[in-house]
Write a new protein. Sequence first.
Lengths: 306, 299
Amino acid sequence: MIEARHITKKFKRVLAVDDLGFDLKIGGSLALWGSNGAGKTTLIRCLLGVFPCKGTVRINGIDVRRKGKQARAQIGYVPQELAFHDDAKLGSAMRFFANLRGVELAQAARSLHVVGLNGHESKRVRDLSGGMKQRLALAIALIADPPIIVLDEPTSNLDSSGRGEVVDTLLRLREQGKTLIFASHRPDEVITLADRVLVMEQGRLVQQTTPEALWPSRSSVRSVRLFIEQGDEHQAAEILREGGFAVNHGNSGLTVAIEQHRKAEPMNHLAARGITVRDFELLRDVHDDDEPEIRVRKEQISEVLR
Amino acid sequence: MSTMNLNGVSRPENQSKNRVTHLSFVRSIMLIARREFRDALSSKWFLLYTIAFTTLAIGVSFLSLAGSGEHGFAGFGKTAAGLLNLIMLVVPLMALTAGAGTIAGERERGTLLYLLAQPLSRTELLLGKYVGLAIALICSLCIGFGLSAGLLAWRAGGVGAGSFLMLVVFASVLALSMLSLGVLISVQSRRAGVATGISLFVWLGLVFLSDLGLMAGTVLFKLRVQEVFALAIINPLQAFKMNVIINLNASLDVLGPVGMYASQEFGESLPWLLTGVIVLWCLLPLAVAIMIFRKRGGI
């Protein structure tokens, strides 16, 4: 059981996480969904006890602030991008983490096998591709078979095939009963992996829901980023939420997750309420990475909305 | 506060199998120390320092032997005296920069976060890194001193070997104190380059500026001899120098009125006092570094 209460983290004047809390039972899968700057990474670091914060986090009854080491022993952590000594060989990195976790070396080999990296032990970390590094991070996280896996945007630096591999591995882990907490801004990952979603925006929890409620039709979900006059952004986000759209209010506009064939709806919805959309862009589709990002200029908007 | 209850799929049969463990305090420190030691050995800076120190130590030994050629070999004692100034220059530089890079470097590379996300406390991580670097530094010094000692034993016999051995011990303790100071600089710095810069400035201060400051202070404020002595031994390098001179059975009178005062006032207990000062320089900066690293939070 993971219990987080009143988590608040401030960096000087910036409130990165604002009085956030949740409970998650063992075996559950929780997605932290939000755009860049929403506070997902900070929340994850607070859960791990890496950042001191206000509030309490208990991992299977262990207070992270008081007994961080014991609490972290329950968790396997996968960062956005593995940062480990580049000169280290994969085998020696695994040995180090096996020793750190107090498990036998055979378990390190098994862990490498799970992520398909067996046979690469003599490669140096710097020679691994982005996808391989991410799988190594996953192997390290799994080395002691911890009950909880925490992942910070584990696929954000991967291409579609690398992403698919990681998501498949995570699905298998879910089936084995692991508890997953992961940050993502990709609707497809959230739909595939999560039971529940915390929608975060500028450090606040704005919605707590299920993937089904956020995206009723699970197929062909796309993200559209809307650029609105700065003073109207907050109001626009509220209007869209009231209209049932899943919205993130980030540093660069509003990101709306919408079904493929309804992309103009959020803009129509805003236009009907007197909010002008200055510009918009379609973010990369979850299934066709090879397509360039499409950006539609202001003069084209009227045509789209017509 | 917004709180939610999330009911996940419960699979007790699997979860009951999970017996997660974590290492003891000492084992964690030793594990980090081993990794740090290995990293230090493969570091180019360390290799460079070791080669430089060894070359200089052997060079000083040769010069000592050559200088005493006309009058017979003075052996270890004379070389120890010759090495004193070399140690005071090179050892603090090695230790300060090695310590300064340790946490700041991990922080800059982004590896610190990953280590802190493991079942490891901040104290264990810092102590482990300190121990690893300390062993690597002492190994580096031992290589330099060892080759120098080998040369001396071959050419001049074992006369004064005790003094030479004590010099190695004192130099190692001095290295540990400077390493502590370097680690303290490191926990406060965001970038390895900044930490190295600060450590060079501290080195300059300890090696050159403190002597000049002390001289200027003595003249300006008309300090009494006991005050000058107290201010002098605050600098671990000065404490080290006096200790080595005493160990070589030389008179502290060579240091002028301050040396004479110290000999008369403290007598037999002076070496212990000086050793205590250096040991304090090992412990205090490290304790403060641990405190800051733990309290600072974040990465």
